[in-house]
Design a protein around this ligand. Sequence first.
Ligand code: 13P
Ligand code: ZN
Length: 270
Amino acid sequence: MKDIFKSPFVEEMKKTTANMYRLGWDERNGGNISYMLNEAEVAEYLDLNNVIRTIPTGFKADALIGKIFIVTGTGKYFKNVEVDPESNLGIIRIAKDGTTAELLWGYSDGGRFTSELPAHLMSHMARLGVNPENRVVMHCHPTYTLAMNYSHKLDDREFTRSLWKTCTECMVVFPDGVGVLPWMLCGNNEIGEATAEKMKEYRLVIWGLHGIYGAGKDMDETFGLIETVEKAAQLYMISAHLPRINTITDDQLRVIAEAFKVDYRKDFLD
Ligand code: 13P
Ligand code: ZN
C-alpha cells in the first residue's frame, strides 16, 4: 500500500483548505469541501474492505451508492488540515443502502463529516446530472460576497448582473450565472434540497447571509469560480458607495460572451 499522507487527494485537500483559510474565507470551522475520488486510485492507498465505522447520513443518496468522497470534518478548522489531515478529514463511501456512510480513513478523533453533507451530496447528484465530470463541491464564507448579501437584492438575475458588470472576466468564468437562496437554516436536508435544485442550473449558489457553494470538475475549477465571484464582489463593495461613472454594459457583456464562445444566460441580459 502507498502512503495515504502523500496521496494527491490528501495533498489537494491540504493545499486548498490552507489557501481558503489564508484568504479569510473560512474562519474557525467555517466552510467544507467534498471531493469524489476514483475507486481504483483510493485502492492504492487503502484496503477498501476495511470499514472503520459506519455513520448514518440522514438522507437517501441512491445515485451515489459505492461512490467514495474525501470530506472535511464537522467543527474542524481549515487552518488545521495541513498539520493534521487524519483528524480533520475523512474518506467515506456511500453504502449499499444509500443512507449510510462507511468510514474508510480519517476522523481519527471520533469525529464525523461536515454538518453540510446533505447540501454536498445532493449538489453532487444534481451536478452529475448536468456534467458527469463533476467531482468537487466547496462551501465557504468569502468576506465581500457575504458583505454584498446585506446591501444587494438576493435574486439570481440581479446578483449575477451586478457581478458580471463589475469584472470583465466574470462572464467568461461563470456565464451560467449565480443562483441565490434566501436565508435558511443550515445543516439540514431542506437547505440541501434547495441548494441541489439551484445546482441543476448553476455551478455557484449563494446561501443568503451565510456564504457560497461552488461545484466543478476539479479543485482548481471550483476554487476559481468562488475566487472570481469574490473578486467581483470585492470590487462591487469597495465602489458601491461612490458614484458609478462607468459600467460594463449589456451590449459589452454580449460581445464578451460571443468572443469567448460561452453559453451564457441570455435571459439575464436586457
Ligand atoms: P461544519 O463545521 O459542520 O463543516 O460547518 C461549517 C459551516 O460552514 C456551516 O455552514
Ligand atoms: Zn457555512
